[in-house]
Design a protein around this ligand. Structure first.
Ligand code: 4AD
Ligand code: MG
Length: 430
């Protein structure tokens, strides 16, 4: 019977056939050990000379890395393998021999691996990262569905900027100018007025000339937007969401976290609520730590975020940023109109900002004033102002960067490994 590696546990002591690639092998005299992978997992196939034909045994010794095969064998328990099972092989059928696979088990440099990303994805580490990424996406849908949110898909081609004009990717839209979406937020606000609680999950684009371990040109964002929710209620939703995702990964990705050698104790403590610090107190905290390169009114750089995060052992919300360094749609704090009802969520262990969010301006007059200050003219923006005209309500939302969250949860160094095919400052291929 044909099955997958992930499902062999359902076939203990039965004979099964799996389609697989040869990941690695070792052989000695009368026995070969094949490390097989089929996408669903990794399993060892043990080929004893006596259990197969002469040709099959020869094949098991000669077969090259990444050759594709059908492997037939009996599923037996094996407490030493992470999977708990191995295959005692009784039949081997070659599908295609892979000649000179470029990525060998020895060390390769990053640029070489990035050039071979289409093949590098097959490695055990990259496989584990993609599985964790998938679990984060899966548990995101679970969380928001449980909370009564509706998934909404904002457009990718847009006529206006959501977050600022410097990072836009420009393209022609027949005779008009268009831009790739930086954020679906403006559309999600319209959707929240129709459906109450909504979330999006899609690609966003930033023509940022940043070459750091936290920046991608194309990244995926989860953007919830909630009618009748103030800033404080939004923070509660955020911390519950992030904690839920981390706990889901801990529960459902044990093999992958082991492969990645992720320190689980760091993740186990990620439970709601998360600590909060105001921007103003964060500036003071940095000054007390000897940072003299930042003053009230400046935005944080990566070293500042890392220093703030190190004062806490959970993700920390930095709240109430100066209004002028944040986006035009953020609601001023009624108690101090110089700051916004907003927060960035900073991940622990130096992974930086994973969420940006705020309460939105719901007052028509104030938004109209912002339009004047920011020169937001024309049909591309008019509809957004209109949302404040017909039954405007307090509402809040946020955006979580998927790849930064994957980097943090998997504990990997660089964001380029968190997405199947990263788009970086110097890389459009593969
Ligand atoms: O803080 P940002 O720019 O917020 C927004 O776009 C809001 N409109 C979201 C909203 O309220 N609906 O981006 C949100 C998150 C950041 O916290 C970060 O995690 C991620 O998106 N992000 C990036 N991730 C990878 N590469 C980049 N260049 C990123 N820029 C932002
Ligand atoms: Mg931000």
């Amino acid at each position: 019977m044909k099955t997958t590696i992930a499902n062999v546990h359902k076939h203990l002591n039965e004979t099964v056939t799996i389609g697989a690639w040869l990941h690695n092998k070792r052989s000695s005299g009368k026995i070969s050990f094949l490390q097989l992978r089929d996408g669903s997992g990794f399993i060892q196939g043990v080929v004893a000379k006596a259990a197969v034909s002469e040709e099959e045994f020869e094949l098991s010794k000669e077969i090259s890395q990444e050759s594709s095969l059908y492997v037939t064998g009996t599923v037996v328990e094996d407490s030493r393998s992470p999977l708990g099972y191995e295959l005692q092989v009784t039949g081997l059928e070659l599908i295609q021999e892979a000649v000179d696979y470029p990525i060998t088990p020895k060390e390769h440099g990053t640029e070489f691996l990035m050039d071979h990303r289409h093949l590098w994805l097959r490695s055990k580490k990259q496989h584990a990262i993609m599985k964790v990424r998938n679990e984060i996406i899966r548990s995101t849908y679970e969380f928001f569905n449980n909370e009564g949110f509706v998934k909404i898909d904002p457009p990718i081609l847009t006529g206006a900027s959501a977050e600022g004009t410097t990072e836009l990717f420009h393209t022609k839209y027949f005779d008009e100018d268009a831009y790739l979406s930086q954020s679906g937020q403006l559309y999600m606000e319209a959707a929240a007025m129709a459906l109450g609680r909504v979330f999006s999950f899609g690609p966003t684009f930033r023509a940022e000339k940043s070459k750091t371990r936290r920046h991608l040109i194309e990244f995926w964002m989860i953007e919830p937007e909630m009618a009748f929710m103030d800033h404080e209620e939004s923070l509660q939703m955020q911390e519950e969401y992030v904690a839920f995702v981390v706990q889901s990964v801990l529960k459902n990705c044990q093999v992958e976290l082991d492969t990645l050698e992720r320190d689980r104790s760091q993740l186990e403590k990620i439970t709601a609520p998360f600590p909060r610090i105001t921007y103003t107190d964060a500036i003071q905290l940095l000054k007390d730590q000897g940072f003299d390169d930042i003053d009230w009114g400046d935005d944080f750089g990566a070293p500042h975020e890392t220093a703030i995060a190190e004062s806490f052992d959970k993700p920390v919300f930095i709240t109430h940023f100066p209004l002028h360094i944040k986006a035009f749609y953020m609601k001023p704090d009624p108690d101090n109109p110089d700051v916004a009802l907003c927060a960035d969520l900073i991940a622990p262990e130096g992974y930086g900002e994973i969420i940006g969010g705020s309460e939105r301006i719901d007052d028509y007059e104030l938004m109209a004033q912002r339009y004047k200050e920011h020169d937001l003219e024309g049909p591309a923006y008019q509809w957004y102002l209109q949302l404040r005209q017909y039954g405007s309500v307090p509402h809040s939302g946020f955006g979580l960067g998927l790849e930064r969250t994957v980097a943090w949860i998997t504990g990997i160094e660089h964001i380029r490994e968190t997405i199947p095919f990263p788009r970086l400052l110097n890389r459009l291929y593969p």
